[in-house]
Design a protein around this ligand. Structure first.
Ligand code: GP9
Ligand code: MN
Length: 680
C-alpha cells in the first residue's frame, strides 16, 4: 500500500514538473513550431467534424460537447502518427490524403444528413437500387453551399504547406530512429486522449455504441470518425458470420421443415379475407397497466374499451432481444425470432424475408408504414423495404416542431392527427390496403411528465392524499401510457370520422414492456400509506413481486378489433399463452395467407398446447415459466412439472432459436434455383 502511495506521489511530482516545464519553456509553442504541418492536419480534421455536428444537430448539449472532440482528436492523431515514419519532404502528401479522406467523410455525411436527417452507413452500399434513387436526388436538390465548407480543411493544409516550403521547413533531415521516436510519441499522445475519452463514457453510451442504431446519438458522443469506423465493423460482421457453415445450416433447415405442416381450418379461417388492416405498434404498452385504476380513474380507458369490444389476447408476450422495437416488428411481420448477435433490422436488412406485407401484396393489397421518427432509426428505411412495404412515411413526411415534440420525437396525438390525411389519400388510391402506425411517445425514460397532461397517481382517501406512485418511474410510466392511450382513443375516433373503419380490422400490439424497476412494482402492490414506504416483507399483507412475477408481468396487449365486433361471437378474451411469433400464423388464417416458414402457430389451432420461446432461451407455457439462465422454473398452475417436459421444451426452444438465427444469417429463405432442396 505504502509502495503504491509513494509511486503515485512520484508520478504526480513528475507530471507537475513537466507541466511547469511546458509553461516555462513554452513547450506547446515549440511543439507547434516544429510540427506545424501535423498540427494543421489535426486541427482542420477536428474542425470539419465539429462543423458537421454543428450543422446537423442543433442542441445546446451538442454545441457544448467536448467528448466527440476528444474522440476525433484521438482518431486523427492516431492516423497522423504514421506520417512521421516518412521523410519530412514526403509527409505533406500523407497528411493531405488523410485530410481529404476525413473531409470526404464529413461531406458525405453532411449531404446525407440534409437528405435523410441521419448519418450515412456503408451497409447502404449494398442497396443499389436505393443508391440510384438517392444519387439523382442528391445531385438535383441536396448538395448545398454548406456541404462545401468542409473543403476548408484541405485548403488550409495546402496554404500552410506552401508557406512552410518557402520557409525551407522540409529541408530538415531526420534519421530513421528519430522518425520512429516521433511516431511513437504521437501514438502515445493519441493513446492518452483515447483513455481520457473512454473514462468519460457512460454505460448508456457503450450500449448504444454496440447496437449502432441511434446514429445521431453515436455521432454526438463519439464523433463522426469513430461512428463511421464502428459502422464499417457492424456492416461487415454479418458478412463474416455467414461465410462459414452454410451447408450445415441449410441441412438443418431442410430437416426442420421436412414435414409438411397440415394447414388446419377452424372457425376463424378467412373471417377477415379482403378487409383492410390498420396495425398499431403500441410503444412500451404493458398489459398490467390496463387493469389499473388510480382514484377510480382507469390508466388506459381506451385500450380497455378496445379489448372489451374486440378479440383480446390477455396472455400475450413480445419476444424481443436487444433490438426492442425493431425485434418486435421483425417477429410480428415474419414469425421469426430476433438474431442471436446484432439485430436483424440493422445487420441483416439485405436478407430475404417472407412477411405479412409481401403475402398481402400477392392478394392485391397496398402496404405502407408510418413512423414520425428518423427513417434510419433501427435502419427502418432499408428494412421496411426488405419487409415488403410499398411506402414508408417517416419524420420527413410529418410536420415536427419543438412544440409538438415529446421525448424522442413527434407526440403520438400529433402523429395520429397528421397520419389521417395520408391514410385517406392511400385509401382513395387503393382497393385493399394494410397500414402500420408506430407510436413513439410512451418511451423510456417517461420523464416529460408535464407534457403528458393530468393523470394523478397518488392515493386519495377522503381529504388525505398519499404520494403513492407520484415521483416514481413506474408512476411516470402510468402518466405516459395514459397519454398514449388518450392519443389512441382520439385516433380511433378520427379514423371513424374519416370513414376508414368501415371495412377495416384494427390490430394492436404492445411492442415490449417499459423496462420498469421491480422495486416500483413492489411499491405499487405493497404500499404502506402510513409511512409512505413499501410494506415490510414480514407483513402478512405483503405480496412478493419476485423475478418470476416481474417476467410474467412483462405481458403486452394484443387486440384484434373491428367497429362492429362488440357483442358478436368474435368479441372474446383469449387466455392461452401466445407470443409475437404466433401473430402471423393467426392473422394468416383469418386473412387467408400462409407462411410455411413461420415459427409460431395459429393460436386457434395450437390452443392450450402453445409455448412462447424468448430469445434468451426462457420459455413459457400455460403451465410453467422456465428461466434458462438459472435453470429453474415456476409452475403456474401449482401442478408438479416433470423433468421430461422441461427437457422436451428446452430442446424445442433451442432448436427453434437456432433455426431462426440461421434462416436470417445464412439467408435461407432466398430462393436459389440451383438448390433443389431449397425453398420452392
Ligand atoms: C425508435 C422507436 C423506439 O424509432 O421505435 O425504439 P425502442 O427504443 O423502443 O427499440
Ligand atoms: Mn419500442
Amino acid at each position: 500500500m505504502k509502495k503504491v502511495k509513494s509511486w503515485t506521489l512520484k508520478k504526480f511530482k513528475q507530471i507537475k514538473k513537466f507541466a511547469k516545464r511546458v509553461v516555462k519553456e513554452h513547450l506547446i509553442r515549440e511543439y507547434i513550431k516544429h510540427n506545424a504541418l501535423f498540427c494543421t492536419y489535426v486541427l482542420t480534421c477536428v474542425l470539419n467534424s465539429t462543423i458537421l455536428r454543428f450543422f446537423c444537430m442543433h442542441t445546446l448539449e451538442n454545441y457544448l460537447a467536448i467528448k466527440p472532440i476528444i474522440a476525433d482528436l484521438a482518431v486523427v492523431t492516431l492516423v497522423g502518427a504514421f506520417g512521421y515514419l516518412l521523410k519530412p519532404k514526403n509527409r505533406f502528401t500523407y497528411f493531405l490524403i488523410a485530410n481529404i479522406f476525413f473531409t470526404a467523410l464529413c461531406m458525405i455525411n453532411s449531404i446525407y444528413y440534409t437528405f435523410y436527417t441521419s448519418f450515412a452507413s456503408v451497409s447502404m452500399l449494398s442497396l443499389t437500387q436505393y443508391i440510384g434513387e438517392v444519387g439523382d436526388a442528391v445531385v438535383e436538390n441536396v448538395v448545398q453551399i454548406k456541404d462545401l465548407i468542409y473543403l476548408i480543411g484541405p485548403i488550409i493544409l495546402i496554404i500552410v504547406h506552401i508557406r512552410l516550403r518557402k520557409m525551407n521547413y522540409y529541408k530538415k533531415v531526420e534519421s530513421k530512429t528519430k522518425r520512429k521516436k516521433k511516431m511513437i510519441k504521437t501514438l502515445s499522445g493519441s493513446g492518452v486522449l483515447a483513455l481520457i475519452f473512454i473514462l468519460t463514457l457512460t454505460s448508456l453510451d457503450v450500449t448504444r455504441f454496440i447496437k449502432q442504431w441511434n446514429r445521431e446519438y453515436i455521432v454526438m458522443k463519439f464523433g463522426i470518425y469513430i461512428y463511421q469506423a464502428n459502422d464499417v465493423v457492424s456492416s461487415v460482421q454479418p458478412k463474416i458470420n455467414s461465410l462459414f457453415g452454410y451447408d450445415q445450416a441449410k441441412k438443418k433447415f431442410n430437416d426442420y421443415f421436412k414435414e409438411e405442416k397440415p394447414i388446419n381450418t377452424n372457425e376463424y379461417t378467412n373471417i377477415f379475407e379482403g378487409k383492410n388492416v390498420i396495425v398499431i405498434h403500441g410503444e412500451s404498452m404493458q398489459t398490467n397497466a390496463m387493469g389499473l385504476k388510480f382514484n377510480d380513474k382507469e390508466v388506459t380507458p381506451n385500450l380497455n374499451k378496445l379489448s372489451s369490444e374486440g378479440m383480446y389476447f390477455s396472455n400475450f408476450y413480445s419476444q424481443v432481444s436487444v433490438g426492442t422495437s425493431s425485434d418486435t416488428e421483425l417477429t410480428f411481420t415474419t414469425s421469426l425470432m430476433p438474431t442471436q448477435s446484432g439485430t436483424a433490422f440493422v445487420s441483416y436488412s439485405d436478407r430475404e424475408y417472407i412477411s405479412i406485407p409481401k403475402l398481402l401484396k400477392e392478394k392485391g393489397y397496398y402496404c405502407y408504414s408510418m413512423h414520425a421518427n428518423n427513417a434510419d432509426f433501427w435502419n427502418r428505411r432499408a428494412m421496411h423495404d426488405s419487409l415488403g412495404y410499398n411506402k414508408f412515411y417517416s419524420k420527413l413526411d410529418y410536420n415536427v416542431t419543438k412544440e409538438n415534440t415529446i421525448g424522442l420525437g413527434l407526440s403520438d396525438k400529433e402523429f395520429f392527427k397528421q397520419s389521417i390525411s395520408k391514410m385517406q389519400k392511400e385509401a382513395k388510391k387503393h382497393d385493399k390496403w394494410y397500414s402500420l402506425s408506430i407510436m413513439l411517445t410512451n418511451h423510456t425514460p417517461f420523464s416529460e411528465v408535464e407534457k403528458y397532461g393530468e393523470f394523478d397517481v397518488s392515493l386519495k382517501e377522503g381529504d388525505t392524499t398519499y404520494p403513492y406512485m407520484e415521483g416514481t418511474k413506474l408512476g411516470n410510466y402510468f402518466k405516459s401510457i395514459h397519454y398514449a392511450d388518450e392519443a389512441l382513443g382520439e385516433f380511433i375516433n378520427e379514423l371513424d370520422q374519416a370513414g376508414l373503419l368501415e371495412n377495416t380490422v384494427v390490430v394492436l400490439y404492445g411492442d415490449h414492456d417499459g423496462r420498469l424497476p421491480k422495486k416500483d412494482y413492489n411499491r405499487l402492490y405493497n404500499y404502506d400509506k402510513e409511512n409512505d414506504k413499501t410494506l415490510d416483507k414480514e407483513d402478512p399483507n405483503y405480496k412478493d413481486y419476485d423475478s418470476y412475477q416481474y417476467e410474467l408481468g412483462r405481458k403486452v396487449p394484443f387486440i384484434i378489433w373491428t367497429k362492429d365486433m362488440k357483442g358478436t361471437k368474435l368479441n372474446k378474451e383469449h387466455k392461452n399463452v401466445m407470443g409475437m411469433y404466433d401473430v402471423m400464423p393467426t392473422l394468416g388464417n383469418m386473412f387467408g395467407f400462409y407462411n410455411k416458414y413461420g415459427l409460431g402457430h395459429d393460436i386457434f389451432d395450437i390452443k392450450d398446447n402453445n409455448i412462447v420461446v424468448f430469445p434468451n432461451g426462457n420459455w413459457v407455457t400455460n403451465k410453467v415459466y422456465y428461466n434458462s439462465q438459472k435453470e429453474e422454473y415456476l409452475s403456474l398452475t401449482g401442478e408438479a412439472i416433470s423433468e421430461e417436459e422441461i427437457a422436451k421444451n428446452n430442446e424445442y426452444s433451442s432448436k427453434l432459436l437456432d433455426i431462426s438465427n440461421q434462416i436470417i444469417v445464412f439467408n435461407l429463405l432466398k430462393q436459389n434455383p440451383k438448390d433443389e432442396e431449397g425453398i420452392k
